[in-house]
Design a binder for this molecule. Sequence first.
Ligand code: UD1
Length: 420
Amino acid sequence: MILVGKIVINGGRRLSGEIKVQGSKNAVLPIIAACILCKDECVIYNCPDISDVRSACEIINHLGGMADLNDGILTVNTKNVERSEIPKELMNKMRSSVMFMGVLLGMTGGAALCTPGGCEIGARPVDIHIKALKMLGADVVEEGECISCYSKGLNGCKIHLEFPSVGATENAMMAAVTAKGTTVISNPALEPEIVELQNFINAMGGKISGAGTKTLVIEGTENLHGTEFEVRGDRIVAATYLFGVAGTGGNIRLNSVKAEDMEAVLSVLRETGCEIYANENSISVWSDGKLKSPKRVRTQVFPGFPTDAQAPLTSCLSVAHGTAVIHEEIFENRFRHVEELLKMGADIRLDNRVAVVCGVPCLYGANVVARELRGAGALCIAGLMAKGKTVMEGTEYLDRGYVNIEQALGMLGADIKREG
Ligand code: UD1
């Protein structure tokens, strides 16, 4: 999957129709790492063909395993995984490769990797991951950007996370599966991706309970076996499309996505005046394109409003009637799409982690540059809402998390294509 190029959008069309939402990026990435727990073959269905998944596969292959993605089916064989170090060039491709740390430590006795410092959306330290692994009995040496962990055998323990970090919860869960005895994690992340990781590890024969609640219990288990697993739909991709149709007006149905994973997003959409119909496995939205601003939205950990949906929300609210105040509470540098929306005629004042969005009657097409993944999705939907032509550069960010967005939105009636 090498797409890159520029995205060209002729805006102003209403969206309508029905599509299946791609599999979840944030669910499948830790699942790929967790395959190492079984030293066997796993088959993962509904796997999105995005560059972050390709990077995770490269890491598996580098470690001595085999990962192959074909037509949405990912086959991972980890029988021969013996290496425990991930070189800097692979870490640089996907920062979240830090999620291999716990599983490598547990399965090979060590893990050596580099965290490439701050990224597009913030500093992203890994101190909470490291504290959890130390509690389980790891020795950890940090030298500059490099982290080396060692252990002669992990032991189950009680771990309290000072903040419910998604990645730290996943790292601690995977390491705890390899530990002797029981680990109890209090204040874990509650995100649906944690439930998905629990379900996957249990399908391999693991014994984890409590995902989605305030206490996770992990029994150390040997000899996990390979399994088949279907990844749930991506709630952030779904949110991007829902905010898109809210802004353009129209009527779409998204299949393979659970409303229970995105109640905070649906609640904001309702506040803007959209009508939402949801059943177990699909969400439909209707919008006349004349939105009312919700007064205030704060990004929070699950079940609060997701930070990953903040950029698409900002695009959508830039054409809503009234003023909205958006607080970004999770990452410190996550408003980089705002300067691009200003080029399109939006009226947004930014003060550190707070954006005040005064709705304008319409946006105008412009040349814009994406600087991070969800900002790229946000600029695409701004282009759909705008009058005239928008050309977006920075598609390598888009391709980290959206499978062929131009095809998906094209099926809903958008005039969007990739050039160059
Ligand atoms: C995951 C998601 C990302 C999402 C984020 C929050 C994946 C691959 N990525 O990222 O899309 O935006 O959850 O829902 O699943 N923190 C620390 N120390 C740590 C760990 C985190 O201070 O050791 C801070 C981070 O800097 C950030 C906050 O905690 O400010 C949330 O981070 P975390 O929940 O860990 O996010 P990720 O797992 O990196």
